[in-house]
Ligand binder design. Structure first.
Ligand code: NAP
Ligand code: G4F
Length: 341
């Protein structure tokens, strides 16, 4: 059987690393697209990169989602059977500070890939995965969000991803491209970016425990998130592209916690006894052992508008993809703590 070839945009990110490893195990040849950076940033994939002369099934190439010519020439040269678009300016808070750039990469970036597939007449040859997000549901009032829940994005990030979602559907319907949207809820891992809240909390608490840091500053403690493990979620991406027909799927755990509940779980596992005092921006957590405040809130970490509540309904993915999350939030936190150690 002909070897399957995957092209991953965003290979240096959390999901790019997990997906590359998953596909290599499935015997794919994987091409990963990284963008130029002033310092080497391939730490997450260094363990699978061999060297330029070896007959490796993992190959890195340069490209950028803001550069149509690089996208077109990569797809033309590699002729992948599957493309995974995981590249994004993926930080919600940062998207308020660089809104135009976020829209360019996240929104137009997806369009640039779809246009390249169409212009190369590869509509029937390539299957396309678009990394959508629960941030598209944004300020919805629905208590469980599924594929039919209307979008109400609440950040330039969420709006840009909504464009990418609809343009993916548009190219599927207009040109018959096998294109799928994954609507993925928050997923974390030991290699999560350090400015996302789960990693920030665990890294911060571990440093405090080891006397390497005094305090951890957070923003809104009361937003609720449905957190899963990235390893489970990349399998769902792949499953979407193996179906008979292209479709869109919500991927989540169906459970939700506040940031404060996450802090309490992690703190207990690390061996802290916390007492919460104060309200709003003055709320803080005191370490009962020495009566010192170790967590405080800071307005720098608040967003102009917040997504208060996310909880996904994955009935469709369960039924059609036979997918369910395997790793619990407790196991996820344990693994993240072990990694910091
Ligand atoms: P991540 O760790 O931030 O990785 C993003 C990747 O995109 C990195 O490889 C980054 O490269 C690359 N990138 C950024 N701008 C680019 C550009 N202009 N051209 C080419 N590549 C670019 O994100 P992640 O957590 O792995 O998430 C993967 C995708 O899923 C993203 O699209 C994200 O928006 C989406 N998503 C994530 C979650 C989640 O909870 N993790 C949930 C739903 C959807 P550098 O390493 O050079 O920065
Ligand atoms: O960890 P976060 O930054 O993730 P957020 O905003 O939910 O976005 C992540 O998940 C999305 C899927 O729903 C992805 F599409 C997106 O790419 C990204 O991976 O923040 C989670 C919550 C927010 O409510 C935020 O306000 O934590 C709250 N929070 C409180 N203190 C904080 C902090 N977030 C960050 N990053 N840093 C804080 O100090």
């Amino acid at each position: 059987m002909k070897k399957k070839i995957a092209l991953i945009f965003g290979v240096t990110g959390q999901d790019g690393a997990y997906l590359s490893k998953f596909l290599l195990k499935k015997k794919y040849k994987v091409y990963g697209v990284k963008r130029r950076s002033s310092i080497i940033n391939t730490q997450r994939i260094d363990d699978i990169y061999i060297d330029i002369n070896s007959k490796s099934n993992f190959i890195l190439c340069y490209g950028d989602l803001t550069d149509s010519s690089s996208i077109l020439s990569l797809i033309k040269k590699i002729k992948p059977s599957e493309i995974y678009n995981l590249a994004a300016q993926s930080h919600v808070k940062v998207s308020f500070e660089v809104p135009e750039y976020s829209a360019d990469v996240n929104g137009l970036g997806a369009l640039r890939i779809l246009e390249a597939i169409k212009n190369l007449n590869f509509e029937k040859k390539i299957r396309f995965y678009q990394a959508g997000t629960s941030e598209m549901f944004g300020r919805t009032k629905e208590r469980f969000q599924n594929e039919k829940t209307p979008f109400y994005p609440a950040s330039p990030y969420g709006v840009s991803k909504s464009f990418a979602h609809w343009i993916t559907i548009n190219y599927r319907e207009a040109y018959g491209i096998f294109a799928c949207n994954g609507i993925l809820f928050n997923h974390e891992s030991p290699i999560r970016g350090e400015t996302f809240v789960t990693k920030k909390i665990i890294q911060g608490l571990m440093k405090i425990k080891m006397n390497k840091q005094k305090k951890l500053y957070l923003g809104n403690l009361y937003a609720k998130r449905d957190w899963g493990h990235a390893k489970d979620y990349v399998e769902a991406m792949w499953k979407m592209l193996q179906q008979k027909n292209p479709d869109d799927y919500v991927i989540a755990t169906g459970k939700t916690l506040t940031i404060k509940e996450f802090v309490n779980k992690a703190a207990k596992k690390i061996g802290f006894k916390l007492k919460w005092v104060g309200k709003g921006i003055n709320e803080k957590a005191i370490n009962i052992e020495n009566n010192m405040p170790i967590i405080e809130c800071h307005k720098r970490y608040l967003r102009p508008v917040e997504v208060d509540y996310l909880k996904g309904n994955t009935q469709k993915a369960k039924k059609k993809l036979n997918w369910s999350p395997k790793i619990s939030i407790d196991d996820l936190i344990d693994e993240m703590i072990q990694h910091e150690l």
